[in-house]
Design a protein around this ligand. Structure first.
Ligand code: CA
Length: 236
């Protein structure tokens, strides 16, 4: 990965795993400026082989492949690779999106997609991969909100906010993976540990309270964004 002209992040190699040649072409055109090289695979097995040999900076993965399910490809790559994985899905099923994110995908785009939006999503993932992860003792500042991850203090416009320990944990988990959609289950497990229970229900109450404290307009949140039926994302 390198930083190209105008500060854009450019991947050395991108891998596109998609059996539909027209969509593959559309993806290639959309990403032409974002990579030095785009490698293509028309099946899951070919994709896995190319991923292992090229070690791409990012993988675009179609869910409906002729040989093995896309989600299997996703899980397989995740056993050794940390590069961003953007999934193309033709379906609208929320369960499937949740399963994808739980399998390690970073983002998904539903077909038919707008080329511009797709390219923007990929660029966002490349940027995120290039920037170093937020350390546990960092101070995260977004808008007028400051989150000190080590001292567990949160301020808005210089005024200290009182968060419950659970609220702080949720905020910490989301903010330390800013830009990434986390499923209800992922957040729940990170905050409460591997406990049984309805993650969505538990979270909803705390998210509402958290928004009331940190968002300027809790009804239209700017920081803690809802991905309906899937989870939440912290936008920086
Ligand atoms: Ca397909």
């Amino acid at each position: 990965m390198r930083v190209g002209v105008e500060g854009a992040t450019v991947a050395r190699t991108l891998l596109v795993i998609e059996d539909d040649i027209q969509i593959r072409r559309a993806v290639k055109n959309a990403l032409a400026g974002s990579a030095d090289r785009i490698v293509e695979a028309a099946s899951g097995r070919e994709g896995l082989a190319l991923a292992a040999s090229w070690r791409p900076d990012l993988v675009v993965l179609d869910l409906g492949l002729p040989d093995i399910p896309g989600i299997t490809v996703c899980r397989e790559i995740r056993t050794w690779g940390k590069m961003p994985l953007v999934v193309l899905t033709a379906r609208h099923a929320e369960d499937e999106k949740v399963a994808l994110l739980d399998a390690g995908a970073d983002d998904y785009v539903t077909k038919p997609f707008s080329t511009r939006e797709f390219a923007a999503r990929v660029r966002a993932q490349l940027r995120r991969a290039l920037s170093s992860p937020i350390p546990a003792d960092a101070v995260v500042s977004v808008g007028d909100v400051t989150i000190d991850l080590a001292s567990r203090r949160v301020e808005r416009a210089g005024e200290s906010l009182h968060l419950t320990p659970i609220e702080f944990e949720i905020l910490r988990v989301l903010a330390s993976q800013a830009g990434r959609t986390l499923t209800h289950r992922q957040i729940f497990d990170a905050v409460w540990g591997n406990t049984a229970g309805n993650a969505h229900q538990y979270l909803r109450v705390h998210i509402t309270n958290l928004r009331r404290k940190i968002e300027q307009d809790p009804a239209t949140p700017r920081f803690i964004v809802t991905e309906p039926g899937v989870g939440y994302r912290f936008d920086r």
